[in-house]
Design a protein around this ligand. Structure first.
Ligand code: F0G
Length: 450
């Protein structure tokens, strides 16, 4: 049980259990009922500013490493550990780009479409927001070794933080299931990289067993401290909109950690009186890995005040097992069919009046090329947001003058193979293949002028 006087504690999300645990205990699920855990704050003990814009003053202290971090400069909103444990490698220096060219393509008014470039993080994806928080907690509980299952980005990010904190790290990946950019990072950053003959869901199951048996610190997004770090992505969007909330947040859905953490952030901000309204959220799956879409849209699975109908989930997964189903999409980052944060995500959808939909691989790679051409580029999973927004615009769910922020979760260089294949074979609407000419100046000039 948490000590009286703690600012933060862990709490089971199942309302019929609601067990509470001290933050000093490393847990990744409730030891009493097996459900997910939240980090919960006693807000009366936390010094929360009276308005979000008060955080802006931190920019004047950029020589202070915690103020420089895009995560820890909002530290009062994730106040679970003393400053001496806080880990930062300069994560969260990301930008919200107003993109009127892409807005025009999507029949939206200027100033309505924004792209949140989380690929600008040190390891090239949004994961660094979460790892700075998870490794701070790992230090606080005295962990010596870390592990994760990954579709690539978690492994890259974990490896970077683990070696900067002096922890060992082990990565479980499905053979042939992760993009080379990400695999190269895990190897280069010193991870013990283990490929298993299976998919991400197999790795996720195995890594939980490995961590329980060997007492290793798990950094996947079922770790509630990791999600606390990812909340700050929403704070930076609000910050860059002049401390205003957008109308929509659009995010790709994989293991559903991001969407879960965003919903938690908005409900906390509203409860604290720091925002007046909560934006709506759209979560975009790939059609080859669309568990959430199927459960939410077809099976009508809902949060239901925490009493989620487990039988719907059990039946769904039993069917996947019976069919020996393994998800497949070119957006390998979100190639997941048993998302561990499903229930928290349902809560986020409830908080944000959210919608869910799935887009095809062709729609993803076309949208990715548009982000490349009109923006700063992104990896396939991130482009699912733009592909999804096209549907939301066509169906009139998102209006032309609503302000939309798409979270571009990973850098374009994470998965160069998908990009090269798309362009070189002229398969897509926006393909831009290289032209070949003889080694001859006249020929080169002729081509440039043509
Ligand atoms: N986008 C990218 C680039 C990702 O790497 C991931 C997840 C997601 C979206 C999905 O986010 O899980 O919060 O819904 N990648 C994990 C990994 C699973 O292992 O790197 P989510």
């Amino acid at each position: 049980m948490p000590q009286h006087g703690d600012k933060a504690f862990q709490k089971c999300i199942n309302p019929d259990c609601a067990a509470e645990f001290d933050c000093s205990v490393p847990l990744f699920k409730c030891p009493q009922c097996g459900e997910l855990l939240d980090v919960v704050y006693d807000w009366d003990r936390v010094e929360v500013p009276s308005k979000l814009s008060d955080f802006a003053a931190r920019w004047t202290n950029r020589d202070t490493h915690l103020d420089f971090s895009g995560v820890w400069r909002f530290r009062e909103l994730l106040d679970f550990c003393p400053d001496r444990y806080k880990v930062t490698i300069g994560e969260g220096q990301t930008i919200l780009q107003r993109n009127d060219d892409l807005a025009k393509q999507l029949d939206m008014k200027p100033g309505c479409l924004y792209l949140q470039y989380e690929g600008l993080n040190p390891s090239g994806s949004f994961k660094d927001n979460g790892m700075s928080a998870a490794f701070s907690h790992a230090g606080m509980v005295g962990a010596e070794s870390s592990a994760c299952a990954s579709t690539g980005n978690t492994s890259a990010s974990m490896s970077l933080y683990a070696h900067s904190c002096g922890l060992k790290c082990t990565v479980l990946i499905g053979s042939g299931r992760i993009a080379y950019g990400k695999l190269s990072q895990a190897m280069d950053f010193g991870a013990h990289t283990i490929q298993i003959k299976g998919d991400f869901d197999d790795c996720m199951r195995q890594v939980q067993n490995v961590c329980s048996e060997l007492g290793i610190y798990l950094v996947n997004s079922m770790n509630p401290f990791r999600l606390e770090g990812q909340k700050t992505i929403m704070l930076r969007i609000i910050e860059q909109l002049g401390w205003d909330v957008p109308d929509w947040i659009i995010v790709p859905g994989g293991n559903l950690g991001n969407s879960s953490s965003f919903g938690k952030m908005f409900s906390e901000l509203k409860m604290l009186g720091l925002i007046e309204r909560i934006p709506r959220m759209a979560i975009i799956n790939a059609t080859g890995a669309d568990t959430l879409t199927d459960l939410f849209n077809n099976k009508k699975l809902r949060w239901n005040d925490g009493r989620v109908d487990q039988s719907i989930i059990d039946d769904f997964y039993a069917d996947l097992t019976a069919r020996n189903f393994s998800p497949h999409t070119c957006a390998s980052a979100i190639e997941i069919s048993r998302p561990v944060n499903l229930k928290k995500c349902l809560r986020a959808l409830d908080i944000c009046n959210g919608v869910v939909l799935a887009v095809t691989d062709q729609e993803i790679v076309d949208a990715k090329a548009q982000v490349g051409k009109y923006g700063l580029g992104c990896e396939p999973a991130s482009a699912a947001t733009i592909a999804g927004l096209k549907y939301l615009r066509a169906d009139g769910v998102v209006g032309p003058d609503e302000r939309v922020a798409c979270v571009l979760t990973g850098h374009a260089l994470k998965d160069p193979s998908v990009t090269v294949n798309y362009h070189k074979d002229s398969l897509g609407q926006f393909s831009n293949p290289p032209a070949e000419v003889p080694n001859d100046l006249d020929e080169i000039i002729k081509l440039i002028k043509s």
